[in-house]
Design a protein around this ligand. Structure first.
Ligand SMILES: NC(=O)c1ccc[n+]([C@@H]2O[C@H](COP(=O)([O-])OP(=O)(O)OC[C@H]3O[C@@H](n4cnc5c(N)ncnc54)[C@H](OP(=O)(O)O)[C@@H]3O)[C@@H](O)[C@H]2O)c1
Length: 280
């Protein structure tokens, strides 16, 4: 057991993927974990698993839709009622709808992504921060993505949401530090979870992260628990994505050119031809 033993950790999006794996790992470290998501039955099953670990681990499942302020307020009330404090908040709930921008539904795809990925993170933090300020301690870990560092076609709104998480995290870190509160952002590349099933990706060619760069939910969970043990501002995983982020900053014209020539035009060539759009 590490010094996370006994700490109270709130994990949003704990019903599957990265959130589930991270909550389980916090439980193994002896933490008391508040599990939030919409699918309560999944949270209850995970809570029973964590409670059975012993070693001080405890879990409280709370049904919450992070796009609803009343649900977030209830989540924080439940966490305090059960455990009396909040040491770590992992703002992880999120999803992506990945398609050409003009094909995204204004409400189901655009508003919903912003509501969950951006407002969900901001409003949950807004409810938890005063608790941590009163404690004079706490750590907020926000789930961004490599899409929060590099914008790629079909990721427009998702990238916007994760760039927002990045800006929010950076600004809040500089506000909250004097209160003993750390703020971190995590930037994973592709992770094998249910994310892909919700994303609606329609591509002509198979463009995917090479197998050796693909992460599992457990890989990300280890990184997040590591961050809780040794806080730092940001973590990009895996390391090749650090090079992508650097390249995008240093040589944006090269990334524009190679992405447009290597991805956008080949993917949309039929549409471009049908519309009579000439490519020089
Ligand atoms: N998979 C990747 O390649 C990847 C890469 C970088 C970053 N990420 C980020 O990692 C986070 C977790 O995604 P994942 O890959 O683990 O996908 P996932 O398996 O689909 O998990 C998403 C989680 O978010 C929850 N969630 C979605 N909408 C919610 C809402 N309105 N209120 C509360 N909870 C909600 C889901 O629970 P319910 O449906 O039960 O509510 C689920 O627990 C996301 O923020 C995602 O953007 C993923």
């Amino acid at each position: 057991m590490t010094y996370l033993g006994g700490q109270v950790v709130v994990v949003t999006g704990a019903s599957s993927g990265i959130g589930e794996a991270t909550a389980r790992l916090f439980g193994r470290a002896g933490a008391r974990v508040v599990l939030a998501a919409r699918r309560l039955e999944r949270l209850e099953a995970l809570a029973a698993e964590i409670e059975a670990l012993g070693g001080g681990a405890a879990a409280a499942p709370v049904a919450a839709d992070v796009s609803r302020l009343a649900d977030i307020q209830n989540l924080v009330e439940q966490a305090l009622a059960r455990f009396g404090r909040i040491d770590v908040l992992f703002n992880n709930a999120g999803f992506g709808r990945l398609d050409w921008f003009e094909k995204l539904d204004p409400v189901r795809d655009i508003e919903a992504q912003v509501a969950v990925n951006v407002l969900g993170v901001i409003q949950t933090t807004r409810q938890v921060l005063p608790v941590m300020m009163a404690q004079r301690s706490g750590h907020i870990i926000n789930m961004a993505s490599v899409a929060g560092l590099v914008g790629t076609p079909t990721y427009t709104v998702y990238a916007a949401s994760k760039f927002a998480v990045r800006g929010f995290s950076e600004a809040l870190r500089r506000e909250a530090a004097p209160w003993g509160i750390g703020v971190s952002a995590v930037y994973p590349g592709g992770v094998a979870t249910e994310f892909g099933a919700h994303a609606g990706i329609k591509r002509k060619r198979r463009v995917s992260t090479p197998a050796w760069m693909r992460l599992t939910a457990d890989d990300v969970a280890r990184a997040v628990v590591g961050l809780a043990e040794r806080p730092r501002a940001s973590l990009i995983i895996t390391w090749p994505f650090r090079i992508s982020a650097w390249l995008n900053q240093a040589l944006p014209w090269l990334v524009d050119w190679s992405t447009i020539r290597g991805f956008t035009i080949p993917e949309r060539i039929d549409e471009l031809r049908a519309a009579g759009v000439r490519q020089s």
